[in-house]
Design a protein around this ligand. Structure first.
Ligand code: FES
Length: 150
């Protein structure tokens, strides 16, 4: 809680500083805990609905804990027709979670996105922002194994 107080203090005097404040909380905790959002609303004398509104508007914010590694599977048209749904199914099976969820050990968060801007490489995934193109089941196993070690 001390860290949260420090972050809030940093932004208290700046009007409209809610987004960078939430970014700092994300950086510290990896997600936006509900209790923290309430505290931010109180301390900044801002309606809780506004804080939640921003926290749910931006895709980079999360209200639930995120894993150490973020796996994003592109489901844009070009990747979709090249088999991206099968990659999602495989990852869901291997990680034991559904897209949008985080593994219990907080190692992986799985999400789907629409077009990562490199359609020729489809099916395409990113892990922590690193691109892996022309994915298939065997390649996916190899890549995932690498991140399991980290
Ligand atoms: S559709 Fe997947 S990168 Fe564009």
């Amino acid at each position: 809680m001390r860290k949260i107080n420090q972050i809030i203090d940093r932004y208290k005097k700046e009007k409209g500083a809610l987004v960078p404040l939430l970014q700092d909380v994300m950086g510290e905790y990896g997600y936006l805990p509900g209790e923290t959002l309430k505290k931010i609303a109180q301390e900044l004398d801002t309606p809780l609905s506004r804080v939640y509104g921003l926290a749910t508007f931006y895709k980079s914010f999360s209200l639930t804990p995120r894993g150490k590694h973020l796996v994003s599977v592109c489901l844009g048209t070009a990747c979709h027709v090249r088999g991206a749904p099968r990659i999602v199914e495989k990852l869901e099976r291997d990680l034991g979670i559904k897209a949008g969820e985080t593994t219990r050990d907080l190692k992986f968060t799985l999400e789907t996105v629409n077009c990562l801007g490199a359609c020729a490489l489809g099916p395409l995934i990113t892990i922590d922002g690193k691109y892996y193109g022309r994915m298939n089941s065997a390649k996916m196993d190899k890549v995932l194994k690498e991140y399991l070690k980290r």
